[in-house]
Design a protein. Structure first.
Length: 578
């Protein structure tokens, strides 16, 4: 028997889904139904609204069709016959307009579709226990907002029932880790539609988490010879014209602010910054630079503003106002390879601090349209390869996927449940040094153009915090937790001691709070576990008499600790980022 790949089965299931909807909802207009990662979908214009409550009925009909052992039969017919066949299907007629010559059809029972295939031979090849419909969504016909909104039904499908079970368990894990749900539960942030979509309002604990991350990485960068800079949130529109952003990045920029309406002497509009790069270039240019000054490294956690369509906004991971972990290295061509090695070492060190050891790395190379010479591109790409090889990083090549102004390295993190997240980018740039006429004096007194390296190790803080929340399922390591310790008094006579313990911990640099509310110990412990506090210290008569604490971590009783002993334990954990 010929082996049929899973993608072909998924494509065939899309047709079975359409067939089932055709029988259940006569008068349906059909769009398209491809195989996708993990499954399939089909787009419909339906006479009646369908919700996820209808899925059991649709799935049952699909299983009935599968059990009929329907054949998938391919046939080529003329355009004219195809138009007659689909005369009541406007979306199929529109697709026919883009086709020439014979038209490929597939028939499975009473359902006929425009399709080039391939498909399975018969539905006997499909496992009725290995697929599931998952969600309903709106989708513009052909992805164009000016077209009609259709109903898209998604499904997942696997080779066997165990594959489906594993996937559904994975999705349930992902749902539990959803940073939007946990962000609310842990009181970290919210998004207010009255303020604006894609704009994050950080609550006290969330703002502290953001500060802890910011302080850690900035201290780390400064210890690696980066100099801290700070730049404005707006600039004259002419700056973005000069940098090229006004041309190649305009669709992601908010509209310019017309200044002449405020003051007729102001002839230039101002623009919210989508990037920090031109400001760092300006700082570089405030002095005559020598090769002895290089490399120069500027770092900034700069808030930038990018227009993202409302349909793609997603919690912290896709926003309109973001704090970019931004830095730029200005160096000579001779220093480029060494600086890239240093950058990758720093990246590895920083990501390890936050608990990430696995990444998927790609090197994006020279595209068809580019600036600069082939020789310069070759040298830059070789420098990136050298740095990756020097540190024994495994990486793939994305041919012709570099930006027009230079090649780049992308590092996608792998989280605790195996998902990949876009994170670190290291980008070589030939464009801005040329546009801004950047120079340095070489050892012979001649003007040369520096190499500019853009790097964002964490990407944006918003996105990175979203990743962290999901990676740890909200249970941050002690050094990162906004609240590290709760001291829980057993009764009213223990409240004073609980407050003394919390105060002592605070004096030692440990974030602690005494929980002296008039609640039972078990309820306080439960609240601490829900809030995912790393350590819960219970103090009663024995602990008070012995100047000790009873520690709990992750729902486990760790036993009795002398207070000083516990302080040393937690300080070591924080220092080592365990």
């Amino acid at each position: 028997m010929v082996n049929v790949n899973l993608e072909t089965k998924r494509h065939s299931l899309a047709h079975i889904l359409a067939h089932a909807v055709q029988e259940l909802e006569p008068g349906t207009k059909f769009g398209i139904g491809p195989a996708i990662e993990n499954g399939f979908y089909y787009d419909f214009e339906l006479p009646e609204k369908i919700t996820e409550d209808d899925f059991p009925q649709i799935e049952e009909k699909m299983k009935e069709l599968i059990e009929q052992n329907l054949k998938f039969e391919q046939k080529n017919i003329s355009q004219e016959k195809a138009e007659e066949l689909f005369e009541e299907q406007p979306y199929k007629l529109e697709l026919l307009e883009d086709l020439e010559g014979k038209v490929s059809l597939y028939r499975s029972g009473e359902f006929v579709d425009l399709c080039n295939g391939p498909h399975i031979e018969t539905t006997e090849r499909l496992n009725p226990k290995a697929f599931k419909l998952t969600k309903v969504a709106g989708a513009y016909w052909k992805g164009d907002e000016d077209n009609k909104m259709l109903t898209r039904i998604y499904g997942v499908a696997f080779a066997n029932q165990q594959g489906l079970k594993d996937y559904l368990e994975f999705k349930e894990q992902a749902k539990k880790r959803d940073h939007r749900r946990l962000g609310k539960k842990l009181d970290l942030f919210h998004i207010d539609q009255e303020v604006g979509p894609g704009l994050i309002l950080w609550h006290p604990k969330g703002a502290l988490l953001k500060k802890l991350i910011s302080d850690h990485v900035l201290n780390k960068y400064q210890s690696h010879d980066y100099q801290l800079v700070s730049t404005p949130h707006i600039a004259k529109f002419g700056l973005w014209e000069k940098s090229g952003h006004a041309d190649f990045y305009k669709e992601n920029m908010f509209p310019a602010m017309p200044m002449e309406e405020l003051n007729k002497e102001e002839k230039q509009d101002y623009q919210l910054k989508p990037m920090n790069c031109p400001f760092h270039v300006s700082i570089y240019q405030q002095d005559v630079r020598s090769y002895r000054d290089l490399p120069l490294k500027y770092t900034e956690l700069g808030t930038v503003y990018r227009y993202e369509k409302s349909g793609v906004l997603h919690g912290l991971t896709r926003v309109r106002g973001l704090t970019q972990d931004d830095a730029h290295v200005f160096c000579t061509p001779q220093q480029m390879s060494e600086e890239l090695v240093k950058l990758l070492k720093l990246t590895r060190e920083v990501l390890r601090d936050f608990g990430f050891e696995q990444y998927n790395i790609t090197l994006a190379t020279q595209p068809e349209k580019y600036i600069g010479t082939d020789k310069r591109w070759e040298k830059a790409q070789n420098a990136l390869k050298y740095a990756l090889n020097e540190l024994d990083f495994d990486y793939g090549i994305e041919q012709q996927e570099g930006a027009f102004y230079g090649p780049k390295i992308d590092m996608n993190l792998e989280d605790a449940i195996g998902r990949e997240w876009q994170c670190t980018t290291i980008q070589l740039d030939f464009n801005l040094p040329e546009r801004f006429d950047m120079t340095y004096m070489d050892e012979n007194g001649n003007e040369q153009q520096p190499i500019m390296i853009h790097r964002a190790l964490l990407g944006s803080l918003e996105r990175f915090i979203g990743i962290l929340i999901e990676h740890y399922a909200g249970e941050f390591p002690t050094w990162l937790a906004p609240e590290q310790v709760w001291v829980i008094s057993v009764g009213s006579r223990h409240r004073n001691y609980a407050s003394q313990v919390a105060e002592k911990l605070e004096q030692e640099g440990i974030r602690a709070e005494a929980k002296n509310e008039n609640l039972t110990v078990s309820k306080k412990i439960r609240q601490g576990e829900v809030q995912k506090i790393p350590y819960l210290l219970v103090v009663g008569d024995d602990e008070q008499e012995q100047h000790a604490v009873r520690a709990r971590k992750e729902s486990k009783d760790l036993g009795l600790f002398d207070l000083e002993e516990f302080i040393e334990k937690i300080k070591g954990e924080i220092k080592n980022k365990d």
